[in-house]
Design a protein around this ligand. Structure first.
Ligand SMILES: [Zn+2]
Length: 154
């Protein structure tokens, strides 16, 4: 069974969330940090990175796992309100980076293949660079997600 990796790129991201240097930080939640994804090809793509360095949801105590799922749903609701997608995709794969994290992708009918998973649809090379998260370009999106998420959590 896959175990938490050392070093772990998500533990490194969590450190930047905690020290305030993660440019895409949406909010700190009880069970994790909500951040915008490095690629914004699917505009509004966000992640919930678990604070607990587990690799599987069932490894969390029941109360903690229920809280985590609630917070993933809250983040997803904020993404839905802000980006108004046709559909949301939730993914917790962890095949490459085992530390548990949840991808939330807003999907649109204008996606390259709207019925297929996002993987394989991300642009490559220069096209990928044009869709990288940028603190200036995506400032309004980031603030809208943060504000909406905080309203949902009241
Ligand atoms: Zn980790």
């Amino acid at each position: 069974m896959a175990t938490h990796q050392d070093p772990c790129e998500l533990c490194a991201k969590l450190r930047t969330c905690r020290d305030g240097t993660h440019p895409g930080l949406i909010a700190e939640l009880d069970t994790g940090f909500a951040v915008l994804g490095d690629s914004q090809f699917f505009l509004g793509y966000s992640l919930h990175i678990a604070k607990d360095p587990v690799t599987e949801l069932h490894e969390l105590p029941r109360v903690r796992r229920v809280r985590l799922l609630e917070e993933v749903a809250q983040l997803a609701e904020a993404v839905a309100i802000v980006t108004k997608p046709h559909k949301l995709n939730y993914e917790a794969l962890g095949n490459m980076v085992h530390h548990m994290h949840w991808h939330i992708f807003p999907r649109r009918l204008t996606d390259p293949d709207p019925k297929a998973p996002v993987w394989g649809q991300m642009p490559q090379g220069d096209m990928a660079n044009r869709h990288l998260f940028n603190a200036n370009t995506h400032e309004e999106l980031l603030i809208a997600l943060r504000t909406t998420l905080m309203q949902i959590r009241k």
